[in-house]
Design a protein around this ligand. Sequence first.
Ligand SMILES: NC(=O)c1ccc[n+]([C@@H]2O[C@H](COP(=O)([O-])OP(=O)(O)OC[C@H]3O[C@@H](n4cnc5c(N)ncnc54)[C@H](OP(=O)(O)O)[C@@H]3O)[C@@H](O)[C@H]2O)c1
Length: 314
Amino acid sequence: MESISTEQLSPGAVRVRVAYSGLNYKDALAITGRGAIMRSYPRVAGIDLSGVIESSEDPAWRPGERVLATGAGLGEWLDGGLAEYARLPAEALVPLPAGLTLLEAMALGTAGFTAALALRRMLENHQDPAQGPIAVSGASGGVGGIALLLLKQAGFQTAAITGKPEAAPQLQELGADEVIDRGQLDLGAKPLEKAIWGGAVDNLGGEVLTYLTRTVKPWGNIACIGLAQSATLATTVMPLILRGVSLLGIHSVQVPRPWRLALWEQLAGPWRPQRLEQRIVRAVIGLEQVPQAARELVAGQARGRYVVRLAGDL
Ligand SMILES: NC(=O)c1ccc[n+]([C@@H]2O[C@H](COP(=O)([O-])OP(=O)(O)OC[C@H]3O[C@@H](n4cnc5c(N)ncnc54)[C@H](OP(=O)(O)O)[C@@H]3O)[C@@H](O)[C@H]2O)c1
């Protein structure tokens, strides 16, 4: 950990006192050096934050306003949320929606925003509960867990695909109707296997994503979010042209601002997960615990979300 002055932070019109930052898989890749996340060094890590405006050279923001930021370059080409202060461009910030505390905003954080973006894209592409259950991979992690919550609340049956079958009680508590041990999954080999899933939310990539393309029913959607296992996808055009399956790209960093604002309002309102903090937050930790927590995440040991306390409740 190092002390730097706010003048050393990447340029931005708005100075934010950081309350909390979520710890995401991408942060873990950056912090452990396992992934090329930061575009240049030195860089303050942390792809999301919640906090209070301290000063602003942009008339869009006033001191004292509560805000959050996810993606938008934080922790990549802008200094991020794992520090007491952040200096950000005005357009990177979102007003904290009514109905969410600063802690709840980061309990959701990038993971919640990404899961909501996936659900939005699936619904826009006509995903319907009557098509059948939605398979969620990487279910014990941040995105997977919140995806289970949101899908369940939206009326879908869900199946959690996990490497931690012992976490079944927690996954059921999040809304999983079925828990599938990833190690026992019959991945199949043919371009099309028996169609069982109405749709899917995938956090892993690689062979699990390939399996999902083989087993999603006609007109189902697969939201492609992550690469926790692999960046590869070996499939054929068959699911697309013989079943009308759609592979939806989910990208949470550079999102059109109107979508960003609307999704946060939705997450704080009609889609707000009940008992959000209890069900999603594994622990609220201090900065000194971040390296160890990051090592856990890259080792696939995530269970829910770590939230990092900077100033805490402001
Ligand atoms: N597209 C976007 O904009 C976007 C936004 C956010 C996140 N993501 C990506 O989505 C994925 C999930 O992110 P997250 O923040 O939810 O991560 P996380 O909290 O660390 O959870 C990842 C989960 O993936 C599973 N997993 C399987 N193999 C793994 C491995 N070799 N290493 C690590 N995890 C493994 C584990 O669940 P089980 O044991 O239950 O299988 C783990 O709990 C990541 O790949 C992340 O980069 C993408």
